[in-house]
Design a protein around this ligand. Structure first.
Ligand SMILES: Cc1cc2nc3c(=O)[nH]c(=O)nc-3n(C[C@H](O)[C@H](O)[C@H](O)COP(=O)(O)O)c2cc1C
Length: 354
């Protein structure tokens, strides 16, 4: 499957390198730089209001004529539960006190799932990006059909073989095999289901041998050797997230960049304390507070995110970044601070070089 030219042709790209969609971190500038370098840049519009998402797509189009990927969240719509939310806010009360604010009286989901977002669907059909990818699940069959008929190449994340089979049966074009090493939210369809926590390499082999779709390896790939290893295992391409966070084109703030270049990068945790769904980030006080004995379960995704975002907004004004969502994968200490075009050159040289 080395390089899998037919799949790259289907995507309209030259290099088997995908810059992962990273909501809040990827930008039109980053996606365009990666696409212009021959890979596939991605926008993460999961939490964006439709008009902002449209602007991001249009801005990317102004910066590149090459294909790029637009990523959406297909989580089960949030389940409000006043008692659960109150218990979670009460648990966070000491952290809010530290940030100099009272806990909010209520919290709510700040964005919809694509599953229930008619406007986002209409916008995609109108703008027709070359590639669309789904995280946390799949949209309804009619939507998948309509997007495919519009000529859009579709990708979806799977964290195990069961999810991958659902992706294959749904008529998606390729599977993003997301291993436990990965930074950011774990794409598992049901966050309450038992999780085998498969590594990227085991998951890639499982999906290469037991499905018929091209497999995109994601999780812990930080350099050309990692890309070569993924292709060697039968992946058709590698998707890198954490490796691109330090690019000047990303929207990661100074505190995030600083943490990623410090010893903190060596300690990541998978935690639902920030958003309500498991996600891997650099260990901070909000993550350890949520892991403390006797901690109640966080509010449902993305209701808990509302609390974390308010907490972080107040604390960071005081120079305290201990409650921020600083997603990073296990390979974080290998991240390099380079403009995206240079990082792409470096990745290609390393991958082909040895
Ligand atoms: C900061 C950050 C944000 C992310 N946001 C998204 C997202 O919006 N949609 C998505 O499908 N995956 C998201 N991911 C997960 C990536 O798609 C990918 O699985 C992961 O970055 C691969 O692992 P790596 O970070 O070790 O390269 C995010 C990852 C990071 C690091």
């Amino acid at each position: 499957m080395h390089g899998t030219p037919s799949f790259l042709t289907r995507l309209g790209i030259q290099l088997p390198i995908i810059q992962a969609p990273m909501a809040g971190v990827s930008t039109p500038e980053l996606a365009a730089a990666v696409s212009n370098a021959g890979g596939l840049g991605s926008l993460g519009i999961g939490p964006s209001p439709v008009e902002q998402a449209r602007q991001m797509i249009e801005q990317t189009r102004a910066l590149t004529s090459r294909p790029f990927n637009v990523n959406l969240f297909c989580h089960a719509p949030a389940q409000p539960d006043a008692a659960r939310e109150a218990a979670w806010l009460q648990h966070l009360a000491p952290l809010f006190a530290e940030a100099g604010m009272a806990p909010p009286s209520t919290i709510k989901a700040g964005y919809k799932s694509f599953i229930e977002d008619e406007q986002a669907f209409d916008m995609l059909l109108e703008l027709r990006p070359a590639v669309v990818s789904f995280h946390f699940g799949l949209p309804a069959a009619e939507r998948i059909d309509a997007l495919r008929q519009a000529g859009i190449c579709l990708l979806a994340t799977a964290t195990n073989l069961r999810e991958a089979r659902q992706v294959e049966q749904a008529g998606i074009d390729a599977i993003v095999a997301q291993g436990i090493e990965a930074g950011g939210h774990r794409g598992m369809f049901d966050p309450m289901a038992a999780d085998e926590q498969l590594s990227t390499s085991v998951l890639v082999r499982l999906l290469v041998r037991h499905t018929n779709l091209p497999v995109i390896a994601a999780g812990g790939i930080m350099d050309g050797a990692g890309i070569r290893g993924a292709l060697e295992l039968g992946a058709a391409a590698a998707q890198l997230g954490t490796a691109f966070i330090l690019c000047p084109e990303s929207s990661a703030n100074a505190a995030y960049r600083q943490a990623l270049q410090s010893e903190r990068a060596g300690t990541t945790r998978l935690s639902a304390s920030l958003s309500g769904r498991p996600a891997r980030g650099m260990l901070n006080r909000l993550i350890s507070h949520g892991a403390a004995a006797g901690s109640p379960p966080p509010a449902d995704y993305p209701i808990a995110y509302d609390a974390a975002k308010q907490l972080n907004a107040a604390a960071s004004q005081r120079g305290n970044h201990e409650f921020a969502a600083q997603w990073a994968g296990q390979g974080a200490p290998l991240a390099r601070e380079l403009p995206a075009a240079e990082l792409m050159q470096r990745l290609v040289a390393e991958w082909r070089g040895a």
